[in-house]
Design a protein around this ligand. Structure first.
Ligand code: FES
Length: 366
């Protein structure tokens, strides 16, 4: 890359605190304790730096970003600096008062996540009794506020049979967009993979159901569908390419090219506490490590897809094939592609084989 364009978005994990305990969470197993979180002043400065380098979007996530009492202040500051603000929330803390505060602050978009369509199962997965009912209320508040509503359903082996009901729920709630996302196996989800990975028949049925819903809802509701990497033939362009479109900030201020980058040994990541966002983007060796195509091994280097998939996912190449600089084993051209079939055989059995128990996501020591 001769000239480095500014990142499109800043993904801000404001906190790892969360009232929910979803076993499919992509947060790292070692989460950031509240005492180590950036202060309000830090976040406002980071937003100034983001605006200065031309970042357009601020994605506020967590954990549960609404657990931060200064969320509205952060949103207002971002809006004043011209950033598009997108709140990704479980909705369980989205009261009338919180909604009014966010609206006054200038929030642009809210993405509301659901653990399923059936109240009992959803509350069980979230580890939060009454959570599903609160989410329904949150959806109503978002619609009444006149905001665009995206509902997000993460699917896995234990709730995939309810997919038609999830789409119906998203429709009934007045969603403008419904995201059906197969679990991505990082962090807690990777730890729980054997309990979450669907079988091939389950996946095929879900894919057909999404296709039918897309046709039925065409022109009314957009349905995004995120397939599980494990069954793909082509790798995804993870984060739109390493160090290419996004900066991902941990609650502590550590800046990463992707949420799981700290799993890669030998990379040191700077913090916005002592390095500016622009210096991190332009000069941090960790951001440069897998940027562009020069780092690629064959067959990626000679592949005509290399500037579309950017070599797939480095963290997954490490987690599944043991080499972050190797070919993503999801790719059908990868020397290690057979690993995927072995993993599916081991962890993605037929629906009638009982799944092992889930390990709930827990923030230790608080
Ligand atoms: Fe790190 Fe994909 S999650 S590169």
């Amino acid at each position: 890359m001769s000239t480095l364009a500014p990142p499109m978005g800043l993904i801000a994990e404001l906190t790892h605190r969360c009232p929910l305990q979803c076993a499919y969470c992509a947060n790292p197993l070692e989460m950031v304790a509240p005492r180590a979180e950036l202060s309000t002043a830090d976040w406002l400065r980071v937003i100034d730096e983001a605006a200065e380098i031309g970042i357009l979007q601020l994605h506020l996530t967590g954990g549960e970003p609404m657990a931060r009492p200064d969320l509205a202040q952060i949103v207002a500051h971002a809006a004043a600096r011209g950033l598009y603000t997108n709140l990704i929330t479980s909705g369980v803390l989205l009261s009338d008062a919180a909604m009014a505060e966010l609206l006054a602050a200038g929030i642009d978009h809210i993405q509301l996540s659901f653990q399923g369509a059936a109240e009992d199962a959803a509350d069980r997965m979230g580890g939060y009794k009454g959570g599903h009912a609160r989410k329904l209320e949150a959806a109503r508040r978002i619609r009444e506020a006149g905001l665009t509503l995206t509902t997000n359903f993460v699917i896995h082996r234990q709730n995939i049979a309810d997919l038609p009901a999830m789409i119906a729920l998203g429709e009934a709630l007045g969603s403008d967009r419904i995201e059906i996302a197969h679990t991505q196996y990082y962090g807690w989800a990777l730890k729980n993979r054997a309990a979450l990975l669907p079988g091939r028949a389950q996946l095929d049925e879900a894919t057909a159901q999404v296709a039918a819903a897309r046709e039925r809802l065409l022109g009314r509701i957009v349905i995004d569908y995120v397939v599980p990497d494990y069954y793909a033939e082509r790798p995804k362009a993870c984060m739109g390419g390493w160090g290419h479109r996004f900066i991902h900030l941990l609650p502590s201020g550590v800046a990463l090219p992707c949420h799981a980058a700290q799993t890669i040994p030998g990379l040191a990541f700077a913090s916005v506490r002592d390095t500016s966002l622009v210096d991190i983007w332009r000069s941090d060796p960790a951001f440069a490590r897998f940027r562009g195509t020069d780092w690629m091994p064959e067959p990626c280097r000679g592949c005509d897809q290399r500037e579309l998939d950017w070599g797939g996912c480095r963290c997954q190449a490490l987690a599944l094939a043991g080499d972050a600089a190797g070919v993503d084993p999801v790719c059908h051209k990868a020397p290690d592609h057979a690993i995927m079939a072995e993993l599916i055989a081991a962890d993605g059995p037929c629906a009638d084989v009982p799944a092992p128990p889930l390990v709930p996501r827990r923030l230790a020591g608080v």
